[in-house]
Write a protein that binds this ligand. Sequence first.
Ligand code: GLC
Length: 474
Amino acid sequence: MRIAMVAPEAVPYAKTGGLADVVGALQRGMNIKGHDCSMFLPCYERIQNNHDIKQILSGLRVNVGDRTYYYNVFSLDGAYFIANDFFFNRSGLYGDSRGDFPDNAERFAFFCKAVLQTQSTLGIVPEIYHVHDWQTGLLPFYLDQDSSYGHDTRSVLTIHNAGYQGVFPPSAMTSIGASKEHFRIDSLEFNGNISLLKAGIVYSDSVTTVSPTYAREITETSLGYGLEGLLSAKGVKGILNGIDYDLWDPSTDTSIHINYDVGKRSKGKSACKKHLCKILDMNDPALPVIGVIGRFSWQKGYDIIAGSLTKIISMGFNVVILGSGDLEIERSLRDIAVKFPGRVSVNIGFNDALARNIYAGSDLFLMPSRYEPCGLAQMIAMSYGSIPVVRHTGGLADTIKDHRPSRSSGTGFIFRKDDSISLLRCLGRALKAYNDRTVWQRLTKNSMMKRFTWDYAIDQYIDVYSSENRVSMN
Ligand code: GLC
């Protein structure tokens, strides 16, 4: 099939989160399977600076509302970059230290329209536009409004996080080029504002999200953040993300202390753990180490971690944290680290090599997310034999099987409530298992052998692309 993947970020070009990994892997996987899948991204400053992209079109013009924008198109390896310096030659993707860019509606409206315009100019009509998250939600809208962009072309929206909806004041209607008649509840209007994610849901042919449980949660509960009714009427298919096991393999990873596979996991992990403790000044490698990596936010439950940390240490765990985000959470984590030198290590920022050393050197991997559309870190942790301790939500519920003393198939530990007591109780169960060598060996083996491959996910997307049953919202 001829597919155009349209996203605000993708590896290896621009990344702020898991979305980028998923879009990059999807495009690669589609092409490996013999589909003709191109990718469209905004040409951010970091892409111009770090990649050898070639200009293929210049001086193109697109109208959005009553504005005319000029742009150029660059390309590299099947990816196309829409370049307009005014909108995209900035160091941040969506904002800077002052917050979100105030012209995000215009920026991404322009991007969506320019993608459609570029395809027309190139004379390419894809069978499918596969768009991702609110930033690309207007593409299905423009496609619906102007059939010259592809009469039979369908669009599929994947929601990676329904908590981010691209909500703008009604005045943005003009700058995105939507006529007044679309300020309606069955079109772009959303609680007196407009929502670009909603535009994508209403005007795409199908909506998917990144795990079956999250698909249920955003149609049935408040995790739809006000869109649950619409999503449930439209129907959402949950397709679990995969990870690329060539990139996340402890037997070949050049960043970790020594390589190991499932057969040599005991020796390998204990050497990697000693190394981790050494580089982070942790004082007793005999204690079980909990790894934590990610964005410090309420969504990811970092406030629960901060509130439980002192008790976690008194239970006998060491804790290694890597990430950044909410400044208050950052401060409280740091304060605790100062109180417990050698027991808690808090590392602010992102550092790929350190992340890999944490996956390899930790015994347990903690993700107490309040919601988690899919989550990639738990899958990576499993591949490195670090046992996930997670809340029962979204993709975490779909990827981990809770350990029970009575069954041998567990791969991690699951708790239900988003509070400290439940987290600590769950860690108590994990500690008991950790102290039983046979049980722990089985858990690490089960985890390391579990596979979440892209192959299966891609077949499911192709199914969605091919399905004829467009749900009409009118
Ligand atoms: C978002 C979600 C995360 C998911 C990722 C890729 O970042 O928060 O759960 O794994 O998108 O789909």
